[in-house]
Unconditional design. Structure first.
Length: 316
């Protein structure tokens, strides 16, 4: 009997993190990374090591935090991979911040700048990110304004994949296997197993994509993981609804304060999990912040910082 419950999207952050960051799935992540690299004319990597393995408890405790997949390639290039379903008002700024933070955290005090190595960010969105750009897959790095052919550096690269209806017609122009990866992510929750076998025949796609689809089928039957995905979806819908309501009401003070309190508690929860205890002075300063974007950035930094002292420097 078919499962009557709504299907979970293959771009759900819980599933994506389970797929790419679970131990033993490094080859699946490698396949996706190299598919993006190949389509952009970039060199492949031989292996990857995930820096933040999948942990269901992390997702259960931090329902709204955006958890990127961070991996180091064999040549010490760092990849930051993010799947974003809902549009964020400062999405590009946040992405740049996370990339820059990852780049800077490579160095410790006294290290030489020559130790810095490239950070490559891969972003897949389910919303239109750049209306002005016609391509589904775009690559960015730092170039000269008057001569874009001159590249200042490729140490900070960005790949954007806009998996939206208005750009799906470009799929036939995208190189395999990235085209197959994108078809998998877009269609898995919309088509039956028989239809997916026709769309992505096992003898024509990379074996890692077939493994990914089988992992998706198992995921949809795992009650704990389904619950995590549902909870994160509901939490994000609730938050977005509350924020839009607050904006319609002229950023009503009460709703805004609730949003600040909720985000402040999220920052403190992450710190407490990572460092066991949080100084009272930190709690006071965090609760005093009335800039939601700054609180979101602090939550991201709390997840990646190495010590409480390092977090305290950013909190000042």
């Amino acid at each position: 009997m078919p499962d009557p419950r709504p299907k979970i999207s293959a771009t759900s952050d819980v599933f994506v993190h389970d797929l790419f960051a679970s131990p033993g799935n490094e080859h699946i992540l490698l396949s996706f990374v190299n598919a993006v690299q190949e389509n952009a004319g970039q060199p492949p990597v031989k292996e990857t090591k995930v820096l933040n393995p999948f942990n269901p408890k992390t997702f259960a405790a931090d329902k709204r935090s955006i958890i990127d997949i961070k991996a180091v390639a064999h040549n010490d290039r760092t990849f930051v991979i993010e799947f974003q379903v809902g549009k964020h008002t400062a999405f590009v700024n946040r992405t740049l911040y996370l990339c820059a933070k990852t780049y800077c955290l490579q160095l410790n005090e006294g290290d030489d700048y020559e130790l810095l190595l490239p950070v490559i960010t891969i972003i897949l969105t389910r919303f239109l990110l750049f209306q002005e750009l016609k391509k589904l897959h775009n690559t960015f790095w730092l170039t000269a304004q008057d001569d874009p052919e001159f590249v200042l550096t490729k140490d900070m690269q960005f790949h954007t994949l806009e998996l939206v209806q208005s750009k799906l017609a470009q799929l036939p122009t995208i190189k395999k296997p990235l085209r197959h990866w994108l078809e998998f992510f877009y269609h898995s929750d919309k088509k039956s197993e028989a239809e997916m076998k026709t769309l992505l025949p096992a003898n024509q796609v990379a074996p890692e994509i077939e493994e990914a689809y089988q992992a998706y089928l198992r995921f949809t039957q795992n009650e704990e993981l389904r619950r995590l995905a549902d909870e994160r979806l509901i939490a994000n819908l609730d938050f977005n609804t509350q924020m839009r309501a607050a904006q319609r009401e002229g950023h009503a003070k009460g709703r805004a304060e609730e949003a600040f309190e909720r985000e402040a508690k999220a920052v403190l929860r992450i710190l407490a999990k990572r460092f066991q205890s949080v100084p009272e002075s930190f709690e006071e300063r965090i609760h005093a912040i009335t800039d939601l974007q700054r609180l979101e950035k602090l939550a991201d930094f709390a997840f990646g910082c190495k010590t409480l002292d390092e977090f305290g420097e950013v909190l000042k």
